[in-house]
Ligand binder design. Structure first.
Ligand code: NAD
Length: 293
């Protein structure tokens, strides 16, 4: 049986994932604002440092996996973008940087360790998220990211939420394939849920204007997702079945991403960054075209 760190373990999807892991006989070290083994506020650098260290101490410096589910929605109000960035982006990336050696230790026996980061289908369904905000987060600058979304006024929290989830997904994909992660036996992936009926969504549904917008959002299969079903996906992504899963963002969103973006992905790569041997496709095509002239 393994030892797993789960952030956001006191509510919603994180709570369901923690329950399922415990029911399967694993040890779970939960992290949350209250009601968890490690009580910490991930919106501050000090809270994140303390949470990372306390988890490592409780796990004896070795982890079999982690679920990063702590997060805030597009909380309304001026100045809230900063909190969204602190929790949803730095609350994932700083903890994972600190836990990476413990995850590598967990994989030292030969079975890969697994990490699931909870992203969102907001990554591909919220328009106009400024690239600048995403770049600033990936560069570690929350203040700059907050400035980049300020011009959106009352919509800034939604834009900030989208930016936080795009940035954290990119962070996952960039790291997942590198030596310190894939090379050390750590499988790093993200899950991108649509609207899931958790306390986070219930809070949004309690505001009539937000409820109207949420209910008007196209979900081809209809309704909302169930947190325990999403937790099943997380448990699956932590299992041996996911040994070959690396740097993927899995959308479980009732079809909204496909509805908006059917032709955007998969998309062909540009030649730059493509293995050189594939350039022969381009060379052959040019030769064939020239020979037909
Ligand atoms: P939830 O509110 O039920 O659970 C989130 C948990 O994170 C809570 O227990 C909360 O206390 C904790 N948390 C928030 N701020 C924190 C902080 N500063 N420090 C420590 N813990 C903190 O919400 P949920 O819907 O289960 O959300 C889980 C994840 O899924 C989040 O990252 C969210 O952005 C994402 N998500 C949710 C939905 C949805 O529709 N519910 C959709 C897409 C993505």
């Amino acid at each position: 049986m393994g030892t797993y760190a789960v952030t956001g373990s006191a509510s919603g999807m994180g709570q369901q994932a923690a329950q399922k892991l415990r029911a399967a006989g694993h040890t779970v070290i939960g992290v949350d604002l209250a009601g968890a083994e490690v009580v910490a506020d991930l919106s501050t650098p000090a809270g994140r440092t303390a949470a990372a260290a306390e988890v490592l101490a409780a796990a004896g410096g070795r982890l079999d996996g982690a679920v990063l589910a702590a997060g805030v929605g597009p909380i309304p109000g001026p100045g809230k973008a900063r909190i969204i960035f602190e929790v949803n982006y730095f609350g994932v990336t700083e903890l994972l940087e600190a836990w990476r050696p413990a995850l590598a230790r967990g994989a030292a026996g030969g079975t890969s360790t697994k990490v699931v980061v909870i992203s969102s289908n907001s990554t591909t369904t919220i328009p106009l998220v400024p690239r600048r905000a995403v770049r600033a987060l990936l560069g570690g600058d929350a203040e700059r990211a907050a400035r980049a979304v300020r011009l959106f006024g009352a919509n800034a929290p939604s834009i900030a939420y989208g930016a936080s989830k795009i940035a954290v997904s990119r962070w996952v994909r960039r790291r997942a394939v590198t030596g310190p992660w894939a090379g050390e036996g750590i499988r790093l992936n993200a899950l991108a849920p649509g609207a899931i009926l958790t306390p986070l969504l219930e809070k949004q549904l309690a505001t009539p204007k937000e409820a109207k917008n949420i209910r008007a959002f196209p979900v081809p299969v209809g309704g909302f997702g169930a947190p325990d079903q999403l937790a099943d996906w997380m448990v699956f992504m932590l299992s041996d079945a996911a040994d070959f899963l690396c740097g993927s963002v899995i959308f479980v969103d009732g079809g909204s991403d496909a509805y908006f973006r059917a032709d955007d992905w998969p998309t062909r790569p540009t030649l730059a960054g493509t293995p050189r041997y594939l350039w022969r496709f381009a060379r052959a095509a040019v030769k064939n075209r020239d020979s037909r002239r």
